[in-house]
Design a protein around this ligand. Structure first.
Ligand SMILES: [Zn+2]
Length: 202
């Protein structure tokens, strides 16, 4: 019986030691209550899941010029790109990941030789950061989803924003706007049957 009592003590001690650190843990991470509040943030984060590829993958997917511009922060020569003088209605997507970046509605002729827009299609699709290269202070513009270098934004654009998004054609892929919706007449549903007019029968 004495032995049993001793064993009980030993086991009790072991259990205590094992439980003590566990008991402390729940008090350590009080953040758990916060996740519900952060949920909406999570939703937007998933909506804008980053596209990450290796350098080799980008090289395979892109033409040498697209790769040079978007993944190596290159710049195409002015007046040489596909879109500097492009005026069709539609949307300009990221050449790397397809994210919608700019729209023809916001494109204007800045005369600089690169496609110019006075605003992005959706501000959250564009990221910016200071660029100190070439002894200049500029603001670099990139795709928020895949990080593709697009060009720069300057503050000499037209109103209402006063901004000029000066973008390399090589970073963009134009998608024409789908043909205009059928004329309103064709869209009208069959006219509802006129209610019988009791006056007319008299
Ligand atoms: Zn992209």
């Amino acid at each position: 019986m004495k032995h049993a009592g001793l064993w009980q003590l030993v086991i009790f001690g072991a259990v205590l030691r094992a439980v003590t650190p566990l008991a402390e843990e729940p008090s350590a991470p009080p953040p758990p209550p916060s996740p519900p509040a952060a949920a909406p943030e999570k939703a937007t984060a998933t909506a804008m899941k980053k596209v990450v590829k290796s350098d080799a993958e980008w090289r395979q997917l892109l033409t040498p010029e697209q790769y040079h511009v978007t993944r190596r922060k290159g710049t195409e020569r002015a007046f040489t790109g596909a879109y500097w003088n492009h005026k069709e209605p539609g949307v300009y997507r990221c050449v790397c990941c397809g994210l919608e970046l700019f729209a023809s509605d916001h494109k204007y002729d800045s005369g600089c030789g690169w496609p110019s827009y006075w605003r992005p299609l959706k501000p959250e699709h564009i990221g910016t950061e200071p660029d100190y290269s070439f002894f200049m202070v500029r603001t670099e513009v990139h795709c928020a989803r895949c990080g593709a270098h697009l060009g720069h934004v300057f503050d000499d654009g037209p109103q209402p924003t006063g901004l000029r998004y000066c973008i390399n054609s090589a970073a963009l892929k134009f998608e024409p706007r789908p043909p205009a919706a059928p004329p309103p007449a064709a869209q009208l549903p069959a006219s509802p049957p006129a209610p019988p007019d009791p006056e007319a029968t008299r």
